[in-house]
Design a protein around this ligand. Structure first.
Ligand code: AMP
Length: 116
């Protein structure tokens, strides 16, 4: 069993966070260090450390992460202009928190996907 991260405590509301959505499968909250006007993290309620650890049983929660991203983008009024969804994996991907999460970024032109 992988070690819990701070995200499990946020999901269980044991520590404060700006939670903007929660259901039986996923939780979404504002990133503490926003990189864009909208920067929301969408996480499964169960601990899956990285994309490498996903399996068929996780498909419902992983799919919900996308549909919740679309719902929140509409709520934040960034759907039409567009936005970016990012999931970092491990060291080369720049993953810092080992509880899989999707970044929803938008509210301004985000530029090229990778700095060159
Ligand atoms: P990643 O590099 O993909 O693992 O992203 C981790 C993200 O989690 C970063 O954007 C952090 O700013 C964010 N983060 C870390 N701790 C917290 C926290 N307590 N509440 C909200 N966001 C956090």
């Amino acid at each position: 069993m992988a070690d819990e991260t701070i995200f499990s405590k946020i999901i269980r509301k044991e520590i404060p966070a700006d939670i903007i959505y929660q259901d039986e499968l996923v939780t979404a909250f504002n990133d503490i260090n926003p990189q864009a006007p909208t920067h929301i993290l969408i996480v499964p309620n169960i601990l899956i450390p990285t994309v490498n650890d996903t399996n068929k049983e996780h498909e419902q929660a992983l799919g919900r992460m996308i549909t919740v991203a679309a719902k929140l983008a509409k709520q934040q009024d960034i759907a039409e202009d567009g936005y970016r969804l990012i999931i970092n994996c491990n060291k080369h991907g720049g993953q810092e928190v080992y509880h899989i999460h999707m970044h929803l970024l938008g509210g301004k032109p985000l530029g090229p996907m990778l700095t060159r």
